[in-house]
Design a protein. Structure first.
Length: 359
C-alpha cells in the first residue's frame, strides 16, 4: 500500500468519520439517515440529604476522590460510544466530538501476512489536526463512502491534575471500518489531556489527543464468512418462537452436515459443493410435531444403527423420535419420559453410555 494510502487509512480510523454504522458502503440505503441522538447533559447531583448519603459523599471526596475524578473525565468517551451505537449517521456524532488537537503518527513498514492481510504500525510525529481540520477530514471520508461498522472505547488509566499539569487519561480503542471490499481494523491507546473545567456538554473535554502509536490491519477481498441462511426461521405457520438448539449432523449419510433447528422444527438439507455453500429450503423436522422443544439432541438412543431425535418439550415431556432411513425422524405419539417437575427455562441435554452396557 502506498504511503499516502496508508496515511488515509490511518486518518480514517482515527477519526472514525464514517457513514452507515451497520451497512457496508456499497449497499443502498434503506432509509434516510436520522439526526444523531441528542447530547447528554451531565449535571451535578443535588446535595445529599440523609446521613448515609452524606457519609458516602464524604468518602467520595476524601477516600475515592481519584476514582470519582476518573469517572467524571471518562464521560466524554462513554457519551461518544453510546451516541455512535445509536446513530444512523455516525459521522455527525464524531464531527461534534471535541478533539482539541489530534496528533497523528507516521505509518511504518508493512508486514504482509496470509490471506491478503497487511499489518503496520505508526510511530513518531505526523500530522496535527485542530477541530476544524478534524471535521473537514470527516466530511471528505464520508464523501468517499467509508463506513464504521463497530467501535470500542475503554478508559484504561487516569492521572489527576498536578500543579500546572492537566489531568491525563489512557483510552484504549478498537475500530472496524470498511469501504467496499476493503476492511480496516485499528487498535491502540490514545493519550488524552483534559481541560481543567467541564465544557458546555457538562463533562470534561479533551484539549489534546495523542494518537501517534497505533496498530492497523487491512484486508481487501471477499469476506471470510458468507451467509448460508437468510430467511425468517419463524414463518407464520410455525407456532414456535424459538430456534435453539441448532444442531449440525449428517442425517442422510452423504458426508455433509444438515442444520437442524429443533425449537423451530426445521431442517436445512446440505447440498453444498466444493467451494460453494448451498442449503436446500427448510422443511419440517417432524410431522406432526407436539409441543415446543427447548432442548434436543441427535443420537442413536434406540440401538438400531439409525440416529434418533430427542426433544425436550417445555413443560414435562421428553419425546424420542426414531430415525428412519434417508435421514428423517418418525413422529412420536406419546412422551418417552414425563418429568416430575415442569421445565420453565432453556436447558441442555446430552447422551452417553454411563453404565457401560453399550447403549
Amino acid at each position: 500500500m502506498p504511503h499516502d494510502a496508508r496515511k488515509i487509512a490511518l486518518l480514517l480510523l482515527l477519526a472514525g468519520a464514517l457513514g452507515g454504522c451497520q451497512r457496508p458502503a456499497d449497499e443502498p440505503a434503506k432509509r434516510e439517515a436520522a439526526p444523531p441522538p441528542a447530547e447528554v447533559k451531565h449535571e451535578a447531583p443535588p446535595p445529599p440529604q440523609s446521613p448515609i448519603a452524606r457519609a458516602r459523599a464524604d468518602r467520595d471526596a476524601q477516600v475515592w476522590d481519584g476514582e470519582v475524578a476518573a469517572q467524571d473525565h471518562e464521560r466524554a468517551f462513554i457519551d461518544l460510544w453510546d451516541r455512535l451505537r445509536a446513530a444512523d449517521a455516525p459521522h455527525e456524532v464524531l464531527a461534534s466530538f471535541p478533539v482539541g488537537q489530534l496528533l497523528l503518527g507516521t505509518p511504518g513498514p508493512q508486514d504482509t501476512m496470509e490471506d491478503g492481510l497487511v499489518r503496520w504500525s505508526t510511530l513518531g510525529d505526523g500530522e496535527r489536526l485542530d477541530q476544524a481540520g478534524f471535521q473537514a477530514w470527516i466530511a471528505a471520508r464520508v464523501a468517499e463512502g467509508w463506513a464504521l461498522e463497530q467501535s470500542e472505547w475503554h478508559h484504561s488509566r487516569f492521572t489527576p491534575a498536578q500543579g500546572d499539569a492537566p489531568a491525563r487519561s489512557e483510552v484504549s480503542f478498537l475500530l472496524h471500518a470498511r469501504s467496499g471490499a476493503r476492511r480496516l481494523d485499528v487498535h491502540g491507546t490514545l493519550q488524552v489531556k483534559w481541560a481543567a473545567e467541564p465544557g458546555a456538554r457538562g463533562y470534561h473535554e479533551p484539549i489534546e489527543i495523542d494518537a501517534r502509536e497505533l496498530n492497523m490491519v487491512e484486508r481487501t477481498g471477499p469476506e471470510a464468512f458468507a451467509a448460508a441462511i437468510v430467511e425468517d426461521p419463524f414463518p407464520p405457520q410455525q407456532n414456535s418462537r424459538v430456534i435453539q438448539p441448532l444442531i449440525a449432523h449428517d442425517l442422510d449419510g452423504d458426508g455433509l452436515s444438515e442444520l437442524i433447528a429443533v425449537g423451530a422444527n426445521l431442517v436445512w438439507r446440505n447440498r453444498s459443493e466444493p467451494g460453494t455453500i448451498r442449503l436446500a429450503p427448510p422443511e419440517p423436522l417432524i410431522t406432526p410435531v407436539r409441543g415446543t422443544a427447548g432442548g434436543g439432541l441427535v443420537a442413536d438412543v434406540t440401538g438400531d444403527g439409525l440416529v434418533d431425535l430427542v426433544r425436550v418439550v417445555y413443560g414435562d415431556a421428553v419425546y424420542v423420535h426414531r430415525g428412519v432411513k434417508g435421514g428423517g425422524f418418525a413422529p412420536a405419539e406419546a412422551p418417552a419420559v414425563t418429568l416430575p417437575e415442569p421445565l420453565l427455562a432453556g436447558l441442555a441435554i446430552t447422551a452417553g453410555d454411563i453404565d457401560g452396557d453399550r447403549d
